[in-house]
Ligand binder design. Structure first.
Ligand SMILES: Cc1cc2nc3c(=O)[nH]c(=O)nc-3n(C[C@H](O)[C@H](O)[C@H](O)COP(=O)(O)OP(=O)(O)OC[C@H]3O[C@@H](n4cnc5c(N)ncnc54)[C@H](O)[C@@H]3O)c2cc1C
Length: 525
């Protein structure tokens, strides 16, 4: 068994591991990244998902909001993020009209609200509040943690109470009367998070917060070239800085004193690290440490950890053209240019939560769609693009991992795919299936990933897209922030092992924050 010594070994080559590798190699540390799969990027990758079809879809994550421009600048990343003109379109179920939020035309947006009897001024003032929250909170996420009382002072009492302390449903219900508008607002609290609107655990609030603070504006942008382009830029930054990136390296154990064992092909290797950075989920780290009983985490990461599960189903489709809408006066390119909400009224979301709590697949399934190729056709071959083909990405809500216990995994995938198609068809003027292109083997171009698939492919516990429940972006007033790792929100119970992935305190999403903050803790130590 070969063995060597490195300053830093990073377990997992997701985008966060690459961010950490690039920062630390740039500062002169010897860095090795060990990735189990045959490619880097984890959940931030593009793939040619359909045999013989030249379309490279963002297979899992697809929009970028939380990646700070400071990381892009520091690492010299050549990443282009495209802003979308349309924020969202939401058909009113059972009718041929809906709500269009067009950032490029305030008057048209106001008319759209009025046509539903909804209050546009309430919408504007609500999002002025979240914008203020974003301006206060986002600059802090690339700094050592503030304490609760410090951030509270910066945010102000009213916003702190409404967004951080009381269940998110309360401020939504107080601010809006229209069910559809309430639902559109609530969806940001439910991405990958299984919770009701009035969630006393505040998991929905944490999810909402991370969805409205990105970049200090809360905008969600399209990565040109797909999510794989983000990972390519990070890979090249890490390599150029001198990091060694090893794929096909399945880490099988880690010891608290920094020994990492991994399998590469048929051989077992061992490497000793001054510091081990864990890009895998906290629960996976715990298993690698042989800590089956506890998660081996300390401080804020050790706070009340519920069983980890995701709650979404992701479906990628490739269509001959965009489908026709029930509202014939609306251009499908406008409706699909932003987030297209399907059956996501407030009551519908609550009903779906109750159904899934009883281990039933919600009918209709709440979901949201976006079309990457409208904003960035570069992910399609020129021929495909010229033919009018478009990609659709569906993210279905309230499909928690616990559904696996009442269905077998393959059946569940089929049932969820069917539920997504039925939900989508219920708001379109024509069924979607005939619009699907077929691959080289004549199969329809549709790919469905359940929580079970994500657990298997990426090692996400229970298919949780954030590795673990999201945590607040601040430390409690009583927290011990005595070490750099604690101050940066990346500590574990073991001094030599830090979290550098989505499971770090401010790590969820394609943000690079887990990697950045772990690297800062190492450099400060
Ligand atoms: C379907 C889906 C949609 C999403 N949509 C969005 C979105 O639009 N925008 C957004 O911001 N976020 C989104 N997310 C969340 C976001 O993608 C993740 O939170 C983020 O990519 C996590 O990055 P990471 O580097 O921390 O970890 P990961 O990407 O999970 O990478 C961890 C890596 O560790 C490797 N690994 C696991 N076990 C081992 C082992 N034993 N040995 C070696 N390597 C190992 C894995 O193979 C993987 O490559 C989505 C996620 C999913 C799954």
């Amino acid at each position: 068994m070969a063995s060597n010594l490195q300053d830093i070994v990073i377990v997992g080559g997701g985008h966060n591991g690459l961010v950490a590798a690039a920062y630390l190699a740039q500062s002169g540390r010897s860095v090795t990244v060990l990735e189990r799969l045959d490619h880097l990027g984890g959940a931030a990758v593009s793939a040619q998902a359909f045999e013989g079809i030249e379309a490279r879809l963002s297979r899992y994550s697809y929009l970028v909001s939380l990646l700070p421009s400071a990381i892009i600048r520091d690492l010299g990343l050549e990443i282009r993020l495209e802003r979308r003109r349309y924020s969202s379109y939401t058909p009113l179920p059972g009718t041929d009209h809906g709500l269009l939020v067009d950032n490029g035309d305030t008057a048209a947006t106001r008319r759209s609200f009025e046509s539903l009897g909804a209050d546009f001024d309430a919408w504007q003032s609500f999002y002025e509040r979240t914008a203020a929250l974003a301006r206060a909170v986002f600059p802090t996420v690339t700094e050592p943690l503030l304490r609760r009382s410090e951030l509270r002072r910066m945010v102000g009492e009213a916003d702190w109470t409404d967004f951080i302390e009381r269940p998110i449903g309360e401020v939504i219900e107080r601010s809006f009367h229209n069910d559809l508008v309430r639902g559109v607002v609530l969806t940001d609290a439910l991405i990958g998070t299984f919770a009701p609107a009035n969630d006393e655990t505040l998991a929905a609030n944490r999810c909402f917060l991370y969805h409205v603070i990105g970049g200090g504006t809360g905008d969600w942008d399209v990565p040109v070239g797909g999510m794989g382009a983000v990972t390519s830029a990070l890979t090249s930054a890490a390599r150029t800085a001198g990091a060694t990136l090893v794929t096909g390296a399945d880490v099988v154990s880690i010891t608290p004193d920094g020994e990492v064992r991994y399998r590469l092909g048929t051989n077992e290797h061992s490497v000793h690290a001054g510091t081990v950075l864990s890009n895998v989920a906290p629960q996976v780290l715990s298993q690698l440490l042989g800590d089956s009983g506890s998660l081996g985490l300390s401080g804020m990461l050790g706070e009340q950890i519920a069983p980890v599960e995701g709650a979404q189903v992701k479906v990628n489709l490739l269509l001959r053209r965009l489908p026709r809408l029930r509202d014939a006066s609306l251009d499908p390119a406008a409706a699909f240019g932003g987030t297209f909400h399907i059956n996501e009224g407030y009551e519908q979301l609550e009903r779906a939560f109750r159904a899934a709590s009883a281990r039933n697949i919600p009918t209709p399934l709440p979901a949201e769609i976006y079309c990457h190729s409208l904003t960035d056709p570069s992910i399609l071959s020129p021929e495909l693009s010229a033919s009018g083909a478009q990609t659709l990405t569906v993210f279905g809500l309230h499909t928690p991992h616990r559904l696996v216990t009442s269905h077998n995994a393959a059946d569940l995938r089929q049932l969820l795919e069917r539920a997504v198609i039925d939900s989508l068809n219920s708001v379109l003027a024509e069924p979607i299936e005939p619009l699907l292109l077929t691959d080289a083997a004549g199969r329809p171009c549709i790919e469905t990933k359940t929580t079970y698939d994500l657990e298997l492919a990426l090692g996400l516990p229970g298919g949780n897209i954030f590795h673990a429940p999201l945590s607040w972006p601040f430390a409690e007033d009583s927290a011990d922030l005595g070490t750099p790792a604690a101050r940066w929100g990346v500590a574990t119970a073991h001094e030599k092992i830090l979290i550098c992935g989505a499971g770090a305190q401010r790590g969820g999403g394609v943000s690079g924050l887990g990697g950045h903050n772990a690297a800062m803790a190492v450099l400060e130590g």
